[in-house]
Design a protein around this ligand. Structure first.
Ligand code: MN
Length: 286
C-alpha cells in the first residue's frame, strides 16, 4: 500500500503552491502527496505540466481531494447550481487527466460543510439529485483515467452519506467503474458501529482511504484501533492509497473550516511528527 500525506497539514489556506510539498513529502519518505483538486482545476496547462514533472522527478504520486463549495452543490434544488457543480467536477477530471489521472476524493456529491434545511427531514431528494448529477459528471472521470471517490463524513459536516453503506448504495446508483467509496478513520470513529466490519463492507468498492486519529492528530496519537484497520485492509486486499490527513494548526481558512479551535501543534515539529506517523503507519500496515 502506498502511503501519502495531505499538504494542508503544513498550511493555513487552501490555495497554495504545491511544489514545496512535493519536495517535503519526498524528503520525509512518503509515496503520495494529496493536493487540493479545486486548485488543480484552475491551473493552466503549463502549471499542470510542471507539477507533473516535478512529482515524477521526486518519485511522488499525486492524489486529489475537494469538498464542493455551495455554488457547486450537485445536490442543490437549483438546477443552475447543479449544472455549475457538474461542470466543475468535469473540469477537475480534465485537469487531473492532464496529470495522468488518479484518485479524486472528498465531498464530491454535495457541498461542504452542509446540513439539511431545518424544515426538511427527508434527505432522499438531495441524494437522488446528487446521483443524477454525478452520473453526468462521472463521464469526464471515465474519459480521463480518474476515479471519483465519495468520502463518507460525519453528520456535523454533511448529511448525504454518513455511513459506508450509504456510500455503497450511492456508488451503486451512479453505476460507473470510476465511482468508488472513500472512508476516513476520523469519520468512521464517529458514525460507524465497528471499524473492521465497516472497511470490509466497502470491500472492492473502496477507492481511497484517509487515516487520522479521533482528534485529527497523526496516526499514533489517539485511540483509533489501528490493528483492526490494518486487518480489514489486508482482508479486502486493498490496493489504493492510504493518505494521512492530520490537522493541528489553528487559524486561516483551514483552521476555520476544520474547526481547529485549540493549538494541537503546540511544541511539535510538524516534519518530525509526519515522519514518525509514516513509520507508525508502515509498521501497522505491514
Ligand atoms: Mn478525510
Amino acid at each position: 500500500m502506498k502511503i501519502g500525506i495531505y499538504y494542508a497539514y503544513w498550511v493555513h489556506n487552501w490555495n497554495v503552491d504545491f511544489h514545496p510539498f512535493i519536495d517535503k513529502a519526498s524528503d520525509l519518505g512518503f509515496d503520495v502527496l494529496e493536493v487540493n483538486a479545486g486548485t488543480v482545476a484552475n491551473m493552466t496547462s503549463d502549471e499542470l505540466k510542471s507539477l507533473k514533472s516535478h512529482a515524477n522527478d521526486k518519485g511522488i504520486e499525486l492524489s486529489y481531494v475537494v469538498g464542493l463549495q455551495a455554488q457547486y452543490d450537485i445536490s442543490s434544488e437549483d438546477s443552475s447550481v447543479r449544472n455549475r457543480g457538474i461542470e466543475f467536477l468535469k473540469q477537475i477530471a480534465e485537469s487531473v487527466g492532464k496529470l495522468g489521472g488518479g484518485p479524486v476524493g472528498g465531498i464530491l456529491y454535495g457541498s461542504w460543510p452542509s446540513t439539511l434545511p431545518y424544515d426538511v427531514s427527508d434527505k432522499r431528494p438531495f441524494v437522488d439529485r446528487s446521483v443524477i448529477s454525478m452520473k453526468e459528471a462521472i463521464k469526464a472521470a471515465e474519459d480521463n483515467n480518474v476515479t471519483f471517490n465519495m468520502e463518507v463524513v460525519n453528520r456535523f459536516e454533511q448529511f448525504i452519506m454518513n455511513t459506508c453503506q450509504e456510500a455503497i448504495d450511492y456508488v451503486k446508483a451512479v453505476d460507473s467503474t470510476c465511482a468508488k467509496v472513500m472512508l476516513d478513520t476520523f469519520h468512521i470513529n464517529i458514525e460507524e458501529d465497528f471499524f473492521k466490519e465497516t472497511i470490509i463492507r466497502a470491500n472492492d468498492q473502496l477507492g481511497h482511504l484517509h487515516i487520522g486519529e479521533n482528534n485529527r492528530m497523526p496516526p499514533g496519537y489517539g485511540h483509533i484501533p489501528w490493528s483492526d484497520v490494518a486487518d480489514a485492509l489486508r482482508k479486502i486486499k486493498y490496493q489504493g492509497y492510504v493518505v494521512m490527513e492530520p490537522f493541528l494548526m489553528t487559524g486561516g481558512e483551514i483552521g476555520r473550516d476544520i474547526k481547529v479551535f485549540r493549538d494541537l501543534a503546540k511544541g511539535l515539529d510538524l516534519d518530525k511528527e509526519a515522519r514518525k506517523a509514516l513509520d507508525f503507519t508502515r509498521k501497522i500496515l505491514k
